[in-house]
Design a protein around this ligand. Structure first.
Ligand code: NAD
Ligand code: ZN
Length: 287
């Protein structure tokens, strides 16, 4: 059923353990193209490669690491220059509200653009769970589960360790081939910390078992934002919630009714999310 954000807020106010699952549509208003959009990045042609699906594979990285790193750097630059939009901000404010009011809000994202984590690092209320470089757990925060990784980090392609390192911005004056990052320990090529189409999820890098456990034990509402649910894990998480018959709210530009009884909030998430969370966000009065 279709519902206004205001009416859905009312339903949400009775829930105490909420999961939010986000996808590329949330970041569209931050000028990061969605996977299925016509514009920009995914239609850009790279050497040795016909389709974006082919490009986003471990197989392609192994065959042409310099082309893959070129593509990573292009997308990384786009993400680094992007700003979180009103949708990201409403989510982090709702997370803060939950933390201060004894409720749970688990944020799970398929996005690799770092925009959720950036706001979390800036939040006085949420940031204590973020560790700095060199400390164990660097790059991970339990205020957001980035199940497809985060493009701001790289790791050893030979897995000599699972430690994450910040991605370096390449020097435009030098050839990219000379700037493929190498592992400090074993000198193998570094790879971006993202999950490609021909790879499997792991607990250590993608926290998937943690996310499944959260759903199975206690979640009482799921909010899905800006995703076509075309990836296996997102699909599985949603089906799990539907089979448990918990409140499921889908926020997207267009209706996608083929996955069961959900509340649908149609519209741009940068507009609907601030409305959905408005009752939970404190009004700041300036004096
Ligand atoms: P998708 O591109 O497959 O689907 C995007 C969905 O968002 C569509 O259903 C579309 O209708 C909806 N949408 C578009 N603009 C919207 C808006 N303003 N408000 C609400 N909804 C809107 O994205 P996906 O399902 O996340 O899957 C894409 C895969 O590619 C993921 O695995 C992700 O890791 C990767 N990806 C990430 C980014 C990013 O990090 N920002 C961007 C593109 C792709
Ligand atoms: Zn190594």
């Amino acid at each position: 059923i279709s519902m206004s954000p205001e009416d859905a807020s009312e339903l949400l106010s009775y829930k105490t353990n909420i999961m939010i699952l986000t996808g590329a549509g949330l970041s569209a208003a931050s000028s990061i193209p969605t996977f299925r959009g016509n514009d920009g990045l995914w239609t850009k042609k790279y050497k040795h490669c016909e389709t974006p699906e082919e490009l986003a594979t471990l197989k392609f990285f192994k065959a042409h690491p310099e082309v893959k790193w070129q593509c990573i750097h292009d997308f990384y630059e786009l993400c680094k220059n992007a700003e979180p939009n009103a949708g990201h901000k409403a989510i982090v404010q709702f997370q803060e509200y939950c933390k201060l009011n004894g409720k749970q809000c688990h944020l799970v994202t398929q996005n690799i653009d770092d925009l959720h984590a950036r706001l979390i690092r800036e939040s006085e209320i949420l940031k204590p769970t973020v560790t700095s470089e060199g400390e164990p757990g660097f790059g991970f925060t339990d205020s957001v589960y980035e199940i497809h990784g985060n493009l701001s980090y790289s790791r050893c392609s030979q897995e000599c360790s699972k430690a994450l390192k910040p991605v370096q911005v390449p020097d435009k004056e030098l050839s990219l081939e000379d700037q493929i990052p190498k592992c400090e320990e074993c000198k193998s090529i570094m790879r971006p910390h993202v999950l490609w189409f021909d790879e499997c999820y792991t607990q250590e890098l993608h926290k998937v078992q943690t996310v499944k456990n959260i759903i199975n034990s206690k979640v009482d509402a799921l909010i899905i934002v800006g995703t076509a649910l075309a990836t296996t894990m997102a699909n599985r998480l949603v089906n799990e919630c539907l089979s448990r018959k918990i409140l499921t709210i889908n926020m997207n530009l267009e209706p996608c009714c083929d996955f069961g009884p959900v509340v649908e909030i149609l519209g741009k998430s940068e507009e609907t999310l601030p409305k959905l969370f408005q009752p939970f966000i404190p009004v700041v009065t300036k004096c």
